[in-house]
Design a protein around this ligand. Structure first.
Ligand SMILES: Cc1ncc(C[n+]2csc(CCOP(=O)(O)OP(=O)(O)O)c2C)c(N)n1
Ligand SMILES: [Mg+2]
Length: 679
């Protein structure tokens, strides 16, 4: 029998005041989303008080459950619980809702407010983040306590997601939910606020499918909880559904919960307008009357009610103290694993020294990346990753490892703690899942697809950058150099478009040894990065002749200096760098001296001090030619108005890579001609 709800008078009072608080906070600032926060107040309260294992004094406790508000527009749903639980959000913070510098910005921001586990707002992402967290929890179990039965370990926890119609209309949640079903993520509980309202009104204008049937088809357990006759949430039934979901060990759970938006506001309830507009003073007062509260009081929360709710602080502290004892026992019996965990938590890397690549034999940079990944995985057990069905093309498989799949899987090589992730052809969810894994905190993950499909995952990549998460995107087939697949597969504007995302390192190494340096640098920096890799072979430079590849860590460096004072600079990235070197030789034969700069990462280069940047790109050297097989857009900044860009301003074509390079001007002869035209 599931536990009874056991709510006291004070619990119901906390919920009642929370609904009014949501209306007040939006009314005060004049904008925001009151309706859903009013309706979901009891749901969030039930979760934070009775189900989520958490300790408000220790927001990063490893043993905690995770809570994601995927419908980030309803941020007050979360802020009010953080206030009631005692995470540091106070009434004054609720009064500053959505204003400059407040702890309570419009949408929840990871790293800004304690207790916010992920940034949400772009609908659908939070559901997929939850899938990533749930996957990471299982991987971590395998890493730190593989002998313990799953769900019974120290590091096992649940992931609770609260989401809305929009979340489940978005494709990214469907992609992730499908994978969650295949992965049988029983530690994932999603509550769907089925209020049948979105901004344009009744969701049936665009959303008529049977969501329950869809999730059952994904392999989830689905529970349906109807609203009460008066429109209120059926908390007792919801509680039973949550208990059942928690008891499941075979599948993720969707609890489809019928609610009435803005309940119990007499005029606003059930309306789309209450989704995103202040109710108005009159309706706020009428709502308070309906709630049995004083309509003249704003931001009210009786001290005894708050005290009662904050009882979760001592309960949470007791839970953590008990956990801590078990944790210390675990550490004493598993010193090596405890050391690994300590290293991971201190964000340290083991000593990294992957093999270098000999010159003389051409090698694609994707192959070099694959080789480096093998080494990194051999010394970093916390590293795992995969691809959106392109593992052999992206070279993302950790060789000799199992596929990450549930214990029941019949697939060859399946293992619940495998290191090879098969994301399926779901790039958008792959990005959001990677974010969830990074947010979970204990693993380092990477994921691959073709660079051209980075567009399919851009919404998630943007959030990786916004949250500054240590995720690595492996984007291979990075130019027309992929050849015959033609314009649909040839990235042209992608490097520039990705460089436009603040805080994302776009890394395009020129040869195998730059790949080696860049991978290490990416891991050291612990920031969001995409590594752009060739399909085609390119030369491995002779580092006795040219500058060491370790310089790639500075973002751009003089790869090849000229004998006499330079008359110009050729600055290139990736597979175009060797052409720049050949052009340098052609020009030298004509008595023209140019230096060649390899620029694998402009973002890293911009972080270098002025003196270093000046040493690479001296201000007075105005004859500059950039070479990159993509749109020139971001290169004008480096070549200036006296320079020139060898670039691609169209969609490529279907032919062999050598022919395309030649036809589109990516040849030593054309680069040399371009330099001469500037002299
Ligand atoms: C990807 C994305 N598209 C559009 C929006 C803008 N937007 C915010 S809420 C919303 C829909 C609201 O409907 P629902 O998800 O049902 O939330 P409810 O009003 O029921 O809280 C939209 C379109 C968004 N936040 N994210
Ligand atoms: Mg809705």
């Amino acid at each position: 029998m599931p536990a009874a709800l056991n709510f006291t008078e004070n619990d119901y009072r906390a919920i009642t005041y929370s609904r009014a608080l949501a209306a007040d906070a939006v009314q005060k600032v004049g904008n925001g989303h009151p309706g859903t926060a009013m309706a979901l107040a009891p749901v969030a309260y039930l979760l934070f008080q009775k189900h989520i294992r958490h300790n408000p004094a220790s927001a990063h406790w490893l043993g905690r459950d995770r809570f994601i508000l995927s419908c980030g527009h309803s941020s007050l749903t979360l802020y009010i619980q953080l206030f009631l639980s005692g995470y540091g959000v106070e009434m004054t913070d609720l009064q500053k809702f959505r204003t400059w510098g407040a702890l309570t910005p419009g949408h929840p921001e990871f790293g800004h407010t304690a207790g916010v586990e992920t940034t949400t707002g772009p609908l659908g992402q939070g559901v997929a983040n939850g899938v990533g967290m749930a996957m990471a929890a299982r991987y971590t179990h395998g890493l730190l306590e593989p002998e313990t039965p799953l769900t019974q370990g120290l590091f096992d926890h649940r992931v609770y997601v609260l989401c809305s119609d929009g979340d489940l209309q978005e494709g990214v949640s469907a992609e992730a939910s499908s994978l969650a079903g295949t992965q049988e993520l029983a530690n994932l509980v999603v509550i769907y606020d089925d209020n049948r309202i979105s901004i344009e009104g009744d969701t049936h204008v665009a959303f008529t499918e049977d969501v329950s049937a869809r999730y059952r088809a994904y392999g989830w357990d689905v529970y349906e909880v109807d609203q009460l006759a008066d429109g209120n949430v059926d908390l007792a039934a919801l509680n039973v559904a949550i208990e059942s979901a928690k008891a499941s060990t075979r599948a993720p759970s969707l609890i489809r919960l019928k609610t009435v938006i803005a309940w119990p506001a007499p005029a606003a309830r059930g309306t789309a307008k209450s989704h995103g507009s202040a109710l108005g003073a009159e309706e706020v007062a009428a709502t308070k009357v309906a709630l049995g509260l004083n309509p003249d009081e704003s931001f009210a929360m009786p001290a005894d009610v708050l005290d009662h709710a904050r009882g979760i602080k001592s309960r949470g502290a007791a839970m953590q103290a008990q956990w801590q004892q078990d944790f210390e026992k675990w550490g004493a019996t598993h010193p090596e694993r405890a050391d690994l965990l300590t290293r991971i938590l201190s964000h340290e890397l083991p000593h990294l020294d992957p093999p270098t690549f000999p010159s003389g034999k051409d090698l694609s940079t994707r192959k070099a990346s694959g080789d480096v990944i093998q080494y990194l995985a051999s010394v970093m057990p916390e590293m795992w990753g995969g691809s959106a069905d392109l593992a052999d093309s992206n070279n993302t498989t950790i060789e000799g490892s199992h596929s990450f799949l549930p214990a029941t899987s019949q697939m060859k090589n399946a293992h619940p703690f495998g290191r090879v992730i098969h994301f399926g052809i779901r790039e958008h969810a792959m990005g959001a899942i990677l974010n969830g894994m990074a947010l979970h905190g204990l693993t380092r993950s990477f994921a691959g697809t073709f660079l051209v499909f980075s567009d399919y995952m851009r919404g998630s990549v943007r959030l990786s950058a916004l949250m500054n998460l240590p995720v690595t995107y492996v984007w291979s087939h990075d130019s027309i150099g992929l050849g015959e697949d033609g314009p649909t597969h040839q990235p042209v504007e992608h490097a520039a478009a990705l460089r436009a995302i603040p805080n994302l390192a776009v890394v395009r190494p020129a040869d195998a040894n730059e790949v080696r340096t860049c991978w290490i640098e990416i891991l050291k920096r612990r920031g969001p990065a995409g590594i752009l890799l060739t399909r085609q072979n390119v030369p491995v430079f002779d580092r006795d002749k040219y500058a060491p590849a370790s310089n790639a860590a500075r973002g751009a460096y003089v790869l090849s200096e000229c004998a006499s004072p330079a008359q110009g600079i050729i600055i290139a990235t990736g597979s175009e760098v060797y052409l720049a070197l050949e052009a340098q030789d052609l020009l030298a034969a004509d008595g023209i001296s140019v230096r060649v700069v390899s620029a694998p990462c402009l973002e890293w280069f911009e972080e270098q001090d002025e003196a270093y940047r000046e040493s690479v790109l001296p201000r007075d050297l105005r004859v500059r030619v950039s070479v990159e097989a993509g749109v020139a857009q971001n290169w004008y900044r480096y070549v200036g108005d006296q320079g020139s860009c060898v670039s691609l301003e169209h969609f490529g074509a279907s032919a062999s890579a050598p022919e395309l390079f030649e036809k589109f001007g990516f040849s030593a002869a054309n680069i040399a001609t371009r330099v001469k035209s500037l002299l």
